[in-house]
Design a binder for this molecule. Structure first.
Ligand SMILES: [Fe+2]
Ligand SMILES: [Fe+2]
Length: 271
């Protein structure tokens, strides 16, 4: 199983970066795309990496924020799985109430894609599931990470209930793929354990939405240790200081960047 980061906030090598996330993955020759970043950068980087996006079978959109979904404008003819709320209007508090939703409406997408809208877990390939709406059960994560509002005037909170992910069940355990983890990264792991009926977590890959060293971070690290998470591939909305805290644990940590490639079968744990 191979993961390639097509667009990311960080760069290290030939590929450019942007505010956004797009992850390509290949399971036994079957190709998938998780998010599309905020522009056509994922397509340009794929070309540099000799990845043919025509081969993609299914796209999963993690949630309806611009930095994960605006690149979809440059694709068509695929099956796409998403939560119905990805289309809501939403605005960014930290960016002067700029529009923060995706730049396409359902009607436009229906013209170009086979759209599967669901709030429930959905198996789109053998042992590979879209997680649907993630229940928020971990007490210290509360209602999750709120970074947008639903109305720029009333500032009605946007709990980003559409925030989801993917779980891949393998013989040795599960691999969890997260977009921004607005549901909370622990909830984003807790739910796939139930969906895939498997407790061993080989790897978690994606954005963790952890930005500072605080009580929630320490409890999150405690949760990862209790659950024996073996490998994490973290980036996007995770800061360097948070990544350093994870590096102090027994968990093997790798940072995401545009162009990074990871093989996740039989990956060794930290020595
Ligand atoms: Fe994001
Ligand atoms: Fe987001």
């Amino acid at each position: 199983m191979r993961f390639v980061i097509l667009s990311e906030n960080r760069k290290n090598g030939i590929c450019s970066n942007e505010d956004g996330l797009s992850i390509y993955f290949d399971i036994d020759g079957n190709k998938f795309l998780f998010d599309s970043g905020s522009s056509d950068l994922f397509i340009r980087n794929a070309k540099l990496l000799n990845i043919n996006l025509d081969d993609i079978d299914t796209i999963v959109l993690s949630h309806g924020h611009w930095d994960h979904g605006n690149g979809l404008k440059y694709l068509n003819g695929k099956k796409i799985i998403l939560h119905p709320d990805v289309f809501v209007d939403r605005y960014s508090v930290s960016r002067n109430m700029q529009f923060a939703g995706i730049n396409q409406k359902l009607e436009e997408m229906l013209e170009r894609f086979e759209v599967i809208q669901t709030k429930s877990p959905y198996m789109f390939f053998k042992d590979v599931y879209y997680l649907g709406q993630i229940p928020r059960t971990i007490d210290f994560e509360g209602n999750g990470n709120i970074s947008t509002v639903l109305d720029s005037k009333t500032e009605a909170k946007d709990y980003t209930l559409d925030d989801s992910g993917v779980v891949i069940k393998t013989k040795s355990g599960i691999v969890v793929v997260s977009g921004c983890a607005h549901s909370g990264i622990c909830n984003t792991i807790e739910n796939p354990k139930k969906v895939a009926k498997e407790d061993t977590i080989i790897a978690v890959i994606g954005g963790f939405h952890l930005r500072k060293i605080d009580d929630v971070l320490m409890k999150t690290i405690g949760y990862f240790e209790e659950n024996n998470v073996q490998n994490i591939f973290m980036g996007h909305c995770s800061t360097d200081e948070v990544i350093k805290e994870f590096e102090k644990t027994n968990i093997k940590v790798q940072k995401l960047y545009s162009g990074a490639e990871f093989e996740i079968d039989n990956i060794p744990a930290k020595e």
